[in-house]
Design a protein around this ligand. Structure first.
Ligand SMILES: Cc1cc2nc3c(=O)[nH]c(=O)nc-3n(C[C@H](O)[C@H](O)[C@H](O)COP(=O)(O)OP(=O)(O)OC[C@H]3O[C@@H](n4cnc5c(N)ncnc54)[C@H](O)[C@@H]3O)c2cc1C
Length: 493
């Protein structure tokens, strides 16, 4: 059943994404949407990388890149580079590309060569050599070209989170969303769940659906409806970040990939926006103090003046994202960590899935149950892929990396993946047995397992045909990459 009076608490990226998606779909059905946010509390202000799903979000809203990218200091993202996850030598790195149709002719050769490598042959299997986006990223090239032959390439974005929030806010208001700047100070409940919210200045606001986008505290779903966070720290270690922005060394030119570099007790991100670079160190408080993390990040960046922001969370999720008349979206649903930048995708998929379930024949209990299963599967499948980064590491320079490698707490899905890969049997068959729980696709799993060199030491020589395929893959990618332009600020904006 489509709700008539929707009240969204929170004006971060999650709140405004929900407001635009719901208004886009339901305003014509007479739904009224009010969003309450408090500038005193503010937003988390990080979250600057996306997956390709964000393209679909803008397509759904009929907003072109020209309309939003320049306003949000956005750049194109071809994928993510992972140096120093297996070794502290910076030369050791692999790339997790966004892949598309354009990669189809080569991806089979990549899979086959990985299979030979798993059987003990000495074959080059770094994913970087087989995907167009890896070549574009190495050369700071945009994944978009006017050459019609090369359109089937997938990509995501980097953007300024605050500016994206403001852009979506102005779009939502055009779609009829009412914005209230005020603080929620109390919440009334009834048998349906939330009856109303009480704001400091505007008083009581009622509705038939309340969307909790209030951030990590989850003031409706967690604090009021008592939905508990399930702790995931035993799977994924990090619960802190420190963020520092820096200027571009060459302001007219910037990269087209996120850098996720392993550090002593965690990893750092560097995200090139058109206006600046967003950087941060994600680490575990069990192994490092916030002072030491900031010091290590500053040394990495050679930046000693710019202000640092420290952020804390407990990795986990709730289990009922839709409970009674309340939907949780964004950080209020729980948060894993920023690796692979999956969180906005989760917001988008949770919201889109919720819209679909509301439009199904009315059976609230059944719909809620199915919806929560879908979202939990999505988050847990994402968690498995994130955990693999820690589990597959081969660093021994700190207890952090050693403990993560030796961690035996993992889902049966992840266990089936890593043991299936290490055996010499068909990896595709191993994946097929757990396909219902996979969120990241087969190509991503091949990229991480092969990229992190999760193989036994080769016992056999190389194979001529496989080496030739590797060579041809490199030539094809180089040949295609010539047709793409360098990403520059003037073109972007
Ligand atoms: C270190 C870090 C890095 C991240 N990097 C990425 C990334 O690269 N990619 C990605 O997809 N995601 C990333 N994320 C996650 C991403 O930041 C969030 O998923 C996204 O910003 C959504 O946040 P939110 O809107 O749920 O919460 P917030 O941004 O915290 O917004 C909460 C809103 O609720 C309002 N509010 C709270 N309490 C009240 C009250 N009492 N009354 C009124 N209003 C209230 C606040 O004013 C605010 O508007 C990262 C997160 C962290 C912590």
């Amino acid at each position: 059943m489509i709700p008539k009076q929707i009240v969204i608490v929170g004006g971060g990226t999650a709140g405004w994404m929900a407001a635009t998606l719901m208004a886009n779909r339901w305003s014509k059905h007479g739904a009224s949407i009010t969003l309450v946010e408090s500038s005193k509390i503010g937003t988390i202000g990080v979250g600057e990388g996306s997956t390709p799903f964000l393209r679909q979000f803008f397509q759904t809203l009929n907003i072109s890149e020209k309309q939003w990218m320049a306003k949000c200091d956005a750049t194109y993202k071809c994928g993510i580079a992972f140096p120093n996850w297996c070794n502290t030598n910076e030369a050791e790195s692999y790339f997790h590309p966004f892949y598309g149709e354009i990669d189809s002719p080569l991806v089979k050769d990549f899979f086959n060569n990985c299979q030979y490598r798993r059987e003990g042959f000495d074959i080059p299997t770094l994913p970087d050599d087989y995907f167009i986006n890896a070549y574009l990223a190495q050369q700071n090239k945009s994944p978009k070209t006017t050459n019609l032959q090369y359109q089937g390439i997938d990509y995501g974005y980097h953007f300024d989170a605050d500016k994206l929030g403001s852009f979506l806010a102005s779009h939502a208001k055009k779609l009829g969303v009412k914005q209230i700047q005020d603080q929620v100070v109390d919440i009334k409940t009834n048998t349906l769940g939330i009856e109303s919210i009480i704001t400091q200045q505007k008083g009581e606001i009622s509705g038939d659906l309340f969307v909790d986008c209030s951030g990590l505290k989850g003031i409706l779903i967690q604090q009021t409806l008592k939905e508990e966070l399930i702790d995931y720290q035993k799977y994924i270690p990090n619960n802190r970040a420190v963020a520092i922005g820096t200027n571009h060394k060459e302001p007219s030119k910037f990269g087209t990939y996120t850098l996720s570099k392993g550090l002593k007790n965690g990893w750092m991100w560097s995200i090139p926006l058109s206006s600046r670079i967003g950087n941060g160190y994600v680490y575990s408080s069990k192994y490092m103090s916030s002072e030491d993390a900031e010091k290590e990040l500053r040394e990495q960046l050679n930046e000693y003046d710019a202000p640092a922001r420290h952020i804390k969370w407990s990795p986990g999720r709730i289990s009922q994202h839709w409970k009674q008349n309340c939907l949780a979206l964004g950080l209020s649903q729980g948060f894993l960590e920023p690796l692979e930048a999956p969180m906005l995708n989760l917001v988008q998929q949770t919201c889109e899935s919720f819209i679909e379930f509301c439009e199904k024949p009315h059976d609230l209990v059944n719909n809620q149950q199915k919806f929560n299963q879908v979202i939990n599967r999505l988050i847990d499948g994402t968690r498995d892929y994130l955990q693999a980064h820690y589990l597959l590491n081969s660093r021994s320079d700190s207890q952090y990396w050693i403990d993560n490698r030796n961690n035996t707490d993992m889902s049966s899905t992840l266990m089936a993946i890593v043991s299936g890969w290490k055996s010499q049997g068909s990896f595709d068959t191993a994946l097929a047995t757990i396909s219902d729980n996979l969120v990241y696709g087969k190509t991503s799993w091949y990229c991480i397992l092969s990229g992190m060199n999760y193989y036994h030491t080769p016992t056999k020589g190389s194979l001529r045909l496989a080496v030739k395929k590797h060579h041809n893959a490199k030539l094809r990618c180089q040949h295609i990459a010539v047709n793409f332009p360098i990403q520059v600020a003037s073109k972007q904006n």
